[in-house]
Design a protein around this ligand. Structure first.
Ligand code: BDR
Ligand code: CA
Length: 310
């Protein structure tokens, strides 16, 4: 199985991504590292443990990481995810314990221990933990197989400012460190995730599972989608983070290009913008594969089939 570390700020869509990973035998989840993002760290690490228990996988290791971005103040998104970050289903407080080790130490130690080129990082929130690990121990960079992350957007614009997507906006300096690390990177931007909408028919497919996980998924998605439905009148909300895990399982669901990506860290107007050289108009080195297209029906079919196994 492919070894992965999921770095996350749950978040309803993070929760579905974690469920998808835990349900998939092709993946070995070495650990979940929590970061401050959608809600503060004390909630994201607790939410990560709640989801492991929902999946019946309380042996999964969960670590707490950075409580704030590298330089900027923390910006959260309770207006999307609710006060707990995981509003919707009523999930019990977790019994499993948080690991005592710091998330950044866990990432460094794991990468230095495992065979080089065997561990993939899957960031689903602000990139603070990953940047800190790269700064703390630069020797990890050539040992990372790949970083597959959700963040950014270009043709689609931003979702927190006109220019910036939330994960990159919250810690643009961390994103800059990651993009300049030389590690192979795959990006799932808003251009992809805004096409993965939780329409009524797609939510009904989870309801039909008739399982605890299926019902919790429906409650998570119904809470999550109300923000976009009320604000933009769409049928469903964008299921961002599971795109990262789906890519590891079925890369053929996505199409994109390998290009240069830089992040804006200076201008207040465009702070956190991912400037994607889609048309190759610069000679800056290509540092990431940016996805732009998704087979959304295939993506949801995969999700329903996998979550049905839990
Ligand atoms: C990203 O921001 C968070 O609110 C979601 O969990 C996702 O990771 C989308 O911009
Ligand atoms: Ca997230």
């Amino acid at each position: 199985a492919r070894k992965i570390i999921i770095d996350t700020d749950p978040g309803q869509d993070d929760a579905i991504a974690i469920l998808l990973a835990l349900a998939s035998p092709e993946l070995e989840v070495l650990g979940l590292t929590a970061v401050a993002g959608n809600v503060p760290l004390a909630l994201t690490e607790k939410n990560a443990r709640k989801i492991c228990e929902l999946a019946g996988r309380s042996e999964t290791k969960v670590f707490a990481g950075a409580s704030r971005p590298l330089i900027r103040q923390l910006v959260t998104a309770e207006y999307v995810h609710g006060k707990t970050g995981l509003d919707g289903p009523s999930l019990p407080d977790p019994k499993m314990e948080l690991q005592p080790q710091h998330a950044v130490d866990f990432v460094v130690e794991t990468l230095m221990r495992e065979e080089p080129g065997t561990v993939t990082l899957c960031p689903l929130g602000p990139l603070t933990n990953i940047a800190l690990a790269l700064i703390r121990e630069p020797k990890i960079a050539p040992r990372i197989k790949e970083i597959v992350l959700m963040g950014g957007g270009f043709f689609e614009g931003g979702n927190v400012t006109p220019a910036a997507e939330f994960n990159i906006y919250v810690d643009p300096h961390a994103a800059d460190v990651v993009l300049k690390s030389g590690v192979p990177i795959v990006i799932m931007p808003l251009d992809v995730t805004h096409k993965a909408l939780t329409t009524r028919g797609r939510i009904d497919a989870f309801r039909k599972l008739g399982t605890k996980v299926g019902d919790a998924t429906v409650a998570l998605l119904e809470f999550f989608e109300r923000f976009d439905e009320e604000k933009y009148g769409t049928d469903g909300g964008p299921l961002h983070d599971p795109c990262v895990i789906a890519y590891l399982l079925k890369p053929e669901l996505f199409k994109g290009r390998t290009v240069n990506v830089e992040v804006e860290t200076a201008s207040e107007l465009a702070m956190g913008m991912t400037v994607i050289d889609w048309w190759g108009v610069t000679n800056r080195a290509k540092n990431a594969t940016v996805m732009r297209y998704i087979d959304a029906d295939g993506f949801f079919a995969l999700l329903v089939e996998r979550l049905g196994r839990l």
